[in-house]
Write a new protein. Structure first.
Length: 107
C-alpha cells in the first residue's frame, strides 16, 4: 500500500475516495527516560531514548493507519499528516502520535 503526504500518486489516478482514516499510538515513557532527558536539557545534546520512543510511536500510528485503510479496500492513503502531543507530567509522560489521511482506490 502506498502511504504519502502528497495529494495524489504520480502516474496513478484516484478513482474512488473511501474516506478519512486515522491511526493513533500512545506510548508511555518512564521515569528513567525522563531523568535522562532532564539531564540533556541541562547539558545539551540529543535524547536517544526519546528519539527511539518517538520513532516507535510514529511507526505504530502509520501501521494502524494502513490497517484501517486496508479494511476499506484502499490502494493508498494520500495527504497523510502526522501530529504529535505530549500529555502528563513529572513521571507520567505519555507521547501521542496521530496519523491521518484519505484512503483511496487507484487506477
Amino acid at each position: 500500500m502506498i502511504i504519502t503526504t502528497t495529494d495524489g500518486v504520480d502516474g496513478r489516478n484516484v478513482t474512488t475516495y473511501l474516506g478519512i482514516v486515522s491511526g493513533d499510538a500512545v506510548m508511555g515513557t518512564n521515569i528513567f527516560r525522563d531523568m535522562l532527558a532532564s539531564v540533556r536539557d541541562i547539558v545539551g545534546g540529543r535524547s536517544g531514548s526519546y528519539e527511539k520512543i518517538l520513532g516507535e510511536a510514529k511507526q505504530a500510528a502509520l501501521a494502524d493507519l494502513q490497517a484501517r485503510a486496508a479494511e476499506l479496500g484502499a490502494d493508498a492513503v494520500i495527504g497523510v499528516d502526522l501530529d504529535y502531543e505530549v500529555v502528563g507530567g513529572d513521571s507520567k509522560t505519555m507521547l501521542i502520535v496521530s496519523a491521518n489521511g484519505t484512503a483511496v482506490k487507484l487506477a
